[in-house]
Design a protein around this ligand. Structure first.
Ligand code: CAA
Length: 261
């Protein structure tokens, strides 16, 4: 296990578990925590042994309660923009990781915490999870992608309501509007995420990487270009031994032994 001051990182087989652990501030993202996340995401991206990532918060109260308000209080316009820039670098490093990422949302996911969760591929929440973009209560707007990623996930009308009212919603409502994939008992959260992560890591690693990349990049294109792009990416699969093995194993009625080559 590697640990910095505010973030822990451990490998459980082919799954990396990253825990933001700053309980005294409900895991709020200050400059140091963002930098630590950046280091771990870089390390994970380069590590071909890691096939999936789980991101969660330390303690039983919060996933992440936002960007650190104590840190932001004294910022001027330039420092504010720089802080948001760092936040964006971290969120896009997370979004662009080679491996799928599951957010195990174990409590408050507010402001920068909600933005962190929506930069992950999949969100699973415990029953006590709460989501919101309360920035307008503080006289600011979301700065780590909330105005952009939230409407892309839950649609413009629902995102506008959350962004303009600053309302917090519970896990059931988050599930109803498609912000989370499922809601489970708190004690089932990590086991559920681990089961899903292990299922993902049992598939062809190159296919999982290309699947993530193709969905993510294609969503930013028009449908015609996106489908042509998918065809090119599909073609790439046929240059891999995973494709040969996957199809051969099917025809021989046995489990595939993928190598990630
Ligand atoms: N930044 C810094 N410290 C925070 C924090 C944050 N975002 N959220 C909580 N804390 C601290 C509190 O100040 C408190 O510290 P002390 O014990 O030293 O007083 C500690 O964590 C525990 O919090 P509370 O006593 O407030 O706990 P609670 O159970 O009464 O309330 C809460 C929980 C509703 C989450 C409340 O803490 C809260 O509203 N937090 C702020 C949420 C927020 O506004 N987040 C958005 C931040 S702005 C942002 O994220 C901008 C962006 O997009 C980049």
């Amino acid at each position: 296990m590697h640990a910095m001051n505010n973030v822990r990182f451990e490998k459980k087989g082919a799954v990396a578990v990253v825990t933001i652990d700053r309980p005294k501030a409900l895991n709020a993202l200050n400059f140091e925590t963002l930098k630590e996340l950046q280091c771990f995401f870089y390390e994970i991206d380069m590590d071909r042994e890691i096939g999936a990532v789980i991101l969660t918060g330390g303690g039983d109260k919060a996933f992440v309660a936002g960007a650190d308000i104590a840190h932001m209080q004294e910022l001027d316009a330039r420092a504010g923009a720089e802080f948001a820039e760092l936040g964006h670098q971290v969120m896009s490093a997370l979004e662009n990781l080679n491996q799928p990422v599951i957010a195990a949302v174990n409590g408050f996911a507010l402001g920068g915490g909600c933005e962190l969760a929506i930069s992950c591929d999949i969100r699973i929440a415990s029953e006590n999870a709460r989501f919101g973009q309360p920035e307008v209560n503080l006289g600011v707007i979301p700065g780590f992608g909330g105005t952009q990623r939230l409407p892309r996930i839950i649609g413009r009308g629902l995102a506008a309501e959350l962004l303009f009212t600053g309302d917090m919603i519970d896990a059931t409502e988050a599930h109803r509007i498609g912000l989370v994939n499922k809601v489970v008992l708190a004690e089932q959260l990590l086991p559920t995420c681990m089961t899903m992560a292990e299922k993902i890591t049992s598939k062809g690693p190159v296919a999982i990487r290309l699947c993530k990349e193709t969905m993510k990049n294609g969503l930013e294109m028009d449908i015609g270009r996106a489908c042509r792009y998918e065809a090119v990416q599909f073609g790439q699969c046929f240059a891999t031994s995973d494709q040969k093995e996957g199809m051969k194993a099917f025809l021989e009625k046995r489990r595939a032994e993928f190598t990630g080559e």
